[in-house]
Design a protein around this ligand. Sequence first.
Ligand SMILES: *Cc1c(COP(=O)(O)O)cnc(C)c1O
Length: 405
Amino acid sequence: MNDELPTFVTHLECSATGASYEADRVHGLSDAGKPLLVRYDLDALARSIDKETLAQRDGGFWRYREFLPVRRAENVIRLGEVVTPIIRLSRLEPDGGELLVKDEGRLPTGSFKARGLALAVSMAKELGLAHLAMPTNGNAGAALAAYAAQAGLRSTVFCPDDTPEVNVSEIELQGATVYRVNGLINDCGKLVSEGTAAAGWFDCSTLKEPYRIEGKKTMGLELAEQLAWELPDAIFYPTGGGTGLIGMWKAFAELEAIGWIGSKRPKMVAVQASGCAPIVKAYEAGEEHAELWADAHTVAAGIRVPAAIGDFLILRAVRESGGFAIAVPDEAILTARDEVARSEGLLLCPEGAATYAAYKRALDDGRIAPHERTVLYNCATGLKYPMPPVTQFLDKNGPIDFAAL
Ligand SMILES: *Cc1c(COP(=O)(O)O)cnc(C)c1O
């Protein structure tokens, strides 16, 4: 049996300077302190796979193995990945338009963090790392814990002390050691850096290791394949660290380079919450980098990221695509969640609901036209988040007016 996967990684590249780094070695950030991007021999990749062969495969995002860096089959860590469904919001979409939700809540651990962390953990295993660590607002820690447990690696996770109980519990139950920290996500990140130096952990923070982007890249590959290699007109993405937006943008470039799609790109729309909108502020000011957002707060914990190390990559993709960055307040996020749940039967997470709220605003102000085929990303299951309490009670012993129920 051949346990080598077909892989085409040539080297890693600094996303800011273009400096080249050797593949098959442990890397964090580049010497310039910026994220590293994985580069492939795309001609060889193109010769090794065609769309028909791909269409025969199952296995969720691992189907795209030629586009991924793992070299040995034994290092592919699986927890039952699926191709996530695209659900049309046929009641809420405008006349003549098409509004689609890519529902990432169906992935292992209930969020699309599974894509990035599956790749990070698989590569950590391949590179011989034993102990992984990260700061998290919840979903990333759960995915790290689960994939590390499946891989037989140790993981240590730090959460801000206001992280919901369900997230802290799921992290612990899936095999990580988890601590609540009296601080914010950046304080947790600092602890990870210190532990990396003091105890030899490997830092799996967003974009500080090179492979989470490759995992998130599969969102772009999968979307293109599901839409018969015809990209939509717009993608609304709830943006925290921006890994998914950067990853999808990379996917589209690679697909064009191998001739599977043309040059058409969707408008990439970075959606943030008004209580934490550093990317929107930088976009509107015409800046290349974002400033640290003070007092970050929003119900959409996954996008409560006051500083993103890949800010310039997010802003570049948004601008090159003709897209934009847009902020929505928490009230609009929760109203959007309730509206989609009631009228379409689809329970979005608050981050996903933010994309619907943003879509409606963009329709109103004309930045999106009704006929534009739009994809909203719902990045986690709505079931992990607090929902409005139900107070209706029925006394089984009293008189019941069934017609009025
Ligand atoms: C992490 C997360 C996001 C933000 O993803 P990035 O790619 O880091 O911007 C959005 N929504 C949910 C539910 C998340 O867990």
